[in-house]
Design a protein around this ligand. Structure first.
Ligand code: F6P
Length: 349
């Protein structure tokens, strides 16, 4: 191949800039030129008024001063139209018009679905796992996960201090969509008493019992790390609980927030409980060394695979070694949680 393209799609992740840098620098070193497409697959569809708003020719200087910056300078966006075949065919026609012979797609499972659609139409693609969720089973780690984890750890440490001062319980919500990896690793690294994840059923009664247990054991604070997707594995009859307690009568069981869960725990346990949602702080920040190194390895690997006319795969890491997985297999989520770490959280709390 003599010209490739690169894009970032889906939720942004720290390390995406480092990945783009590696794709570009490795391609240029292999005498390939690179087109950077903006706003994910939207850039490939070229719907902007000005072409420069859709793509840009990348040079070595384009990726200077980027390795340490969070976010993605090519920007990202979800592209719902790309689920439809006419748009996928239009994208391939545009890529060929620009002489782009292969496309590196950096993102999560949604991005891989788009890349697989191009593969099924015979267009060469490489998927690079860029998402904080760490929810792609084929690779040990996704780019951005380590940075998001360290951001969450820093926040939980601060919340532990104020919870100690006030002798409170705290429920802290982290991202991860339907995967509990950020929550599990944060909980273990912070010595949290409890972790609540989408992969396991839970009840608010159990959480209240855990808080009461902690108070009885003389703990000054209890930290409960809550994966946002765990709301879907709640097994309590919240309506019945709220009916029994006047102080909970205003709670809407349909859209339960972590603040409302904290109120329920406080009512059932009799112990002050507060809620914090870490939200988008986990998506920003300068990538950690681990993410910069992972991004550099996977980005360069993607370019060299296309150089050698190898495509239709996602790149990843397993046992420290670089691996590839057919893109249609790489979209599969983890599905199960790390039982060893879950047991350790419980054993050490
Ligand atoms: O997939 C990454 C992620 O941050 C998830 O953890 C989160 O649920 C989702 O994106 C939020 O999506 P958006 O940025 O579109 O609100």
């Amino acid at each position: 191949m003599k010209r490739i393209g690169v894009l970032t799609s889906g939720g942004d992740a720290p390390g995406m800039n480092a990945t783009i840098r590696a794709v570009v620098r490795a391609a240029l070193k292999n005498e390939m030129s690179v087109v950077g497409f903006k706003r994910g697959y939207n850039g490939v569809l070229m719907t902007s008024k000005e072409q420069t708003d859709d793509f840009t020719m990348m040079t070595s200087r384009s990726v200077s001063d980027k390795i340490h910056r969070g976010g993605t300078f090519l920007m990202t966006a979800r592209c719902l139209e790309f689920k439809e075949r006419p748009y996928q065919e239009k994208a391939i026609s545009n890529l060929k018009l620009l002489g782009v012979e292969g496309l590196v797609c950096i993102g999560g499972d949604g991005t891989f679905h788009g890349a697989n659609a191009l593969k099924q139409l015979g267009y060469p693609v490489i998927g690079v796992p860029g998402t904080i969720d760490n929810d792609l089973a084929y690779t040990e780690s996704t780019i951005g996960f380590d940075t998001a984890l360290n951001t969450a750890i820093e926040c939980v440490n601060k919340i532990r201090e104020t919870s100690d001062s006030h002798e409170r319980a705290s429920i802290i919500t982290v991202m991860g969509r339907n995967c509990g990896d950020i929550a599990i690793h944060t909980a273990l690294a912070c010595g949290a008493e409890v972790v609540i994840i989408p992969e396991k059923p839970w009840t608010v009664e159990e959480l209240a019992d855990q808080v009461r247990w902690g108070v009885m054991k003389g703990k000054r604070s209890m930290i409960m790390v809550f994966a946002e997707g765990a709301i879907h594995s709640l097994k309590s009859d919240v309506a019945a609980i709220c009916k029994k307690h006047d102080s909970l009568s205003d709670i809407s069981v349909d859209h339960l927030t972590s603040s409302q869960i904290a109120r329920i725990i406080e009512t059932l346990s009799g112990h002050e409980t507060r809620a914090t949602v870490l939200g988008y702080t986990q998506r920003g920040g300068s990538p950690t060394a681990a993410d910069r190194i992972l991004a550099s390895r996977l980005g360069a690997y993607a370019s060299t695979l296309l150089r050698d006319d190898i495509s239709g795969v996602a790149v990843g890491v397993r046992g420290g070694s670089l691996i590839t997985e057919p893109i249609e297999e790489a979209m599969n989520g983890r599905g199960t949680a790390n039982e060893e770490l879950l047991a350790l959280i419980d054993e050490l709390s």
